[in-house]
Ligand binder design. Structure first.
Ligand SMILES: [Zn+2]
Length: 380
């Protein structure tokens, strides 16, 4: 991964390059940013720059033997640790999943936890960095560098380290080995042990703007005729989700049809339909669930815009025709409540909840909003 292949974050890239030029690479560093902000990609680009045999002012050369290995994430001094869901046959070590991890990252360098879990069939298992993995981290950190230069241990989502592992890790932070860089890439640094945090140099990574997120999409998929800005807006700048949606785009109109059927069933309080719909929702996987809920939120915002500032509406023909019919469902009086329930559902999906239950509960909450309105005096 080159710095130039990671969207945005110009200032931070500058700071990282300077640390290499001035030979003050901190032993332990924390890249903290929300999902889809490019934090993992940036940490890998930084390691590649440090290890590059002919680094330029701005970037690694991309051509030396070290860079070529980094490009495939197979450099022998580049180690990864990340959450997994172990099966009965596995210990739950990152090495057991390393091929899948490389593939997932190379396919989507803005990878998020949910699509990672979907890709290893994690289902609703709780992702974790298990205790045995802590031994591995320490073993790799104390190993001699294979190529004679720096060695790197990138721990993706260290907030999912189990507490025993976290304590073990602390010891190695207290006694750093030479030419070893430990990079923690976290979405929730508040859930990391304070004693670990205080030993790391902190790099705060901002979420992407809609425009930056759209740039990610066009950089990763320059051939597509998709409206990148619309996708970036649906994903609210989360490049992990936006890129996943772009790569897994369904037949045009499918999400729209689902959204329409869902809202109609809620409006009619058709419990049987809602129960039937919750089953396929469950089966689609977490990243799809997040994508669909984000799409619903986007469409509700667009409906409201259509009613109040139609020139700002950002939709294709089919969607526009739909919200013209649908605009009476949503108004400023119910917007906050309905969006709030869908947002909450999104967070529950992210928090590893059960898709079918989340979908059904949310449906009941939205139905209730509509039901109360039908019983209330007609709005003027
Ligand atoms: Zn190089």
């Amino acid at each position: 991964m080159l710095f130039s292949e990671v969207e945005g974050h110009a200032q931070l890239k500058q700071k990282l390059r300077e640390s290499v030029r001035e030979n003050r690479i901190a032993h332990a560093q924390l890249f903290a940013g929300p999902e889809g902000s490019g934090a993992l990609a940036l940490a890998i680009a930084y390691a590649q720059y440090i290890a590059c045999e002919h680094p330029g002012e701005e970037d690694a050369c991309g051509k030396c033997p070290s860079c070529l290995k980094f490009k495939k994430l197979t450099h022998p001094d580049l180690h990864f640790s990340f959450p997994v869901a172990k099966t009965e046959k596995q210990k739950g070590l990152a090495d057991e999943f390393i091929t899948a991890f490389r593939e997932a990252f190379l396919n989507n360098p803005y990878l998020g936890l949910d699509s990672w879990m979907d890709s290893i069939d994690g289902g609703n298992k709780q992702p974790s960095i298990y205790a045995d993995e802590a031994h591995e981290i320490i073993r790799k950190l104390t190993m001699v560098s294979v190529e004679g230069g720096y060695k790197f241990m990138i721990i993706w989502l260290p907030e999912l380290l189990n507490p025993t592992s976290a304590n073990r890790l602390l010891k190695t932070l207290e006694e750093p080995t030479n030419k070893t860089v430990l990079m923690l890439v976290s979405e929730q640094p508040e859930n990391i042990l304070g004693t670990i945090l205080s030993r790391c140099q902190l790099h705060k990574i901002k979420p992407y703007t809609t425009e930056e997120c759209a740039n990610v999409l066009s950089q990763q998929n320059p051939e597509s005729g998709t409206d990148y800005l619309q996708l970036a807006e649906i994903a609210e700048g989360n490049a992990a989700l936006a890129l996943w949606m772009l790569q897994n785009r369904e037949a045009s109109g499918e999400q729209l049809a689902l959204f329409r059927d869902w809202m109609l069933a809620c409006y009619q309080f058709h419990v049987q339909n809602l129960m039937a719909m919750s089953e396929p929702f469950q089966k689609k996987g977490r990243e799809w669930q997040k994508g669909f809920l984000s799409y619903c939120l986007f469409m509700i915002r667009q409906t409201l815009l259509h009613n109040h500032q139609p020139d700002l509406v950002r939709l294709g023909q089919e969607e526009k025709a739909f919200i013209e019919k649908f605009s009476r469902f949503f108004h400023p009086g119910n917007y906050a409540e309905i969006s709030g329930y869908i947002n909450q559902a999104f967070l529950h999906v992210k928090g590893n909840g059960h898709g079918r239950i989340i979908f059904f509960d949310t449906s009941m909450q939205i139905s209730d909003v509509f039901r109360k309105e039908k019983n209330a005096p007609v709005r003027v």
